[in-house]
Design a protein around this ligand. Sequence first.
Ligand code: SF4
Length: 75
Amino acid sequence: MVVRIAIRADLCFSCGLCYVLAPRVYSHDEEGRAVVREEYRAGSPYEGLAPDELVDEAVRGMMTCPIKAIDVSSE
Ligand code: SF4
């Protein structure tokens, strides 16, 4: 299964939880806002596709975001 990731950059307040707790999927830009790691991007830094082995980690990042700025959905 591949999942689609969408980060709401307009909501992200750079707390760091997602990329600290799910670092294989998420990273950050120069202002500390969450981005999808370069190798899994699809379109923009805030959109991506995570492969099967990283689905759990992608979901963990979504669950940890206190303002629900990350959406993970199946393709
Ligand atoms: S957990 Fe949410 S608010 Fe915090 S850096 Fe990640 S996307 Fe931004």
